[in-house]
Design a protein around this ligand. Structure first.
Ligand code: SAM
Length: 324
């Protein structure tokens, strides 16, 4: 099969959790024994020879290093959250990208980690604990039900500054607003996972064959997932103060990737968003199915470790403000 490249031929990656250990120190600890080297694109990622197994390594056990692939580690970096921002991780468990956000934000600001599934909330909490992040608030909720106008995500705090005038007892109150708002959203929704498991890919290569029960079920499943992904992305783009939204899947299906992006483009434009280009130096871009798909990023499971997809939306005025 085209996609069954032996796992042993592909390098392994680990992400250094810079909340606990800096990259140079991690490299020192892993360089000699494992021939680790720095990745050339993702600053906190180390590349290890194919087949390296660090599952039981003390640095992994104590949360200094996370076993996280390159494509997965590109998502939070693409969002470029600033320390001090408030960031929403919309579909967050088990929390690998949540704690990556926390590290990129140097533990400053706040991350709201939303997760629907109660069991997975526990895994999310474990990941956060292991990472040492202290600025993550876990929200057990349906992202689609979060009210974009809720003051929790777009908050104006009134600060009363009072001073006493001369000899009088009169108080002059001046009020001003301090804005505290979600500035960025990472949306990594449930997907088919077709980019991460070789034995689930064979049915995706040819077009679906009518009459074969398994294929029909797969098509239905992908369509359902795509409907959810479209809704979730439209919802993310509707938060009033959000400047950047990153969308990712570990799927190779056009239906969950380019088609989802294409379907929200009119809405995105109406909210002032446009597609930006994450990792412009990366060679593999979106399938050319609409104008602008060259902004999208794909990883290929036959070449890269996994099949991933990343799209980045940035509000236009922010692009003009030289942030992109
Ligand atoms: N970003 C995670 C990471 O890197 O560790 C992986 C996220 S996983 C692909 C998708 C998650 O979204 C699942 O844990 C799933 O339970 C959750 N989810 C699905 N629908 C959701 C919804 N409506 N609201 C919030 N979370 C949801």
């Amino acid at each position: 099969l085209l996609y069954q490249t032996p796992e042993v031929t592909k390098p392994r990656y680990v992400r250094v959790n810079t909340l606990k250990l800096d990259v140079e120190n991690a490299l020192c600890k892993l360089e000699r024994q494992y021939m680790a080297r720095k990745d050339d694109m993702v600053p906190d990622l180390l590349v290890l020879p194919p087949g390296t197994d660090l599952h039981d390594h003390p640095l992994v056990m104590n949360g200094s290093v996370f076993l996280q692939g390159k494509a997965s580690s590109m998502v939070a970096v693409a969002l470029r959250p600033k320390p001090g921002w408030e960031v929403l991780d919309a579909c967050s468990a088990p929390g690998n990208k949540t704690v990556h956000l926390a590290a990129l934000m140097k533990g400053q600001g706040k991350i709201i980690a939303c997760e629907l599934n109660k069991e997975r909330v526990k895994r999310l909490e474990d990941t956060i604990k292991r990472s040492g992040a202290t600025n993550v608030e876990v929200l057990h909720a349906d992202f689609l039900n979060l009210n974009t106008k809720d003051p929790l995500y777009s908050k104006a705090w009134m600060v009363m500054i009072k001073f006493q005038l001369g000899g009088t007892k009169d108080l002059l109150a001046i009020s001003s607003y301090v804005l505290r708002e979600v500035r960025a959203i990472l949306l990594d929704p449930s997907c088919s996972g077709s980019g991460t498991s070789a034995d689930r890919l064979d049915h995706l290569l040819p077009s679906y064959t009518a009459g074969q029960a398994a294929d029909v079920a797969d098509t239905e499943r992908v369509n359902k997932l795509a409907a959810f992904q479209r809704k979730a992305l439209a919802h993310a783009l509707s938060f009033p103060a959000v400047e950047r939204v990153v969308y990712s899947t570990c799927s190779i299906n056009q239906a969950e990737n380019e088609d989802v992006i294409k379907s929200v483009l009119p809405l995105a434009a109406s909210h002032g968003f446009q597609l930006a280009t994450p990792f412009p130096q990366w060679p593999r871009r979106g399938f050319p199915v609409f104008e602008g798909s060259e902004h999208l990023l794909r990883t290929d499971p036959t070449i890269d470790m996994e099949g991933f997809f990343i799209a980045l939306f940035v509000r236009k005025n922010v692009i003009n403000g030289n942030q992109e």
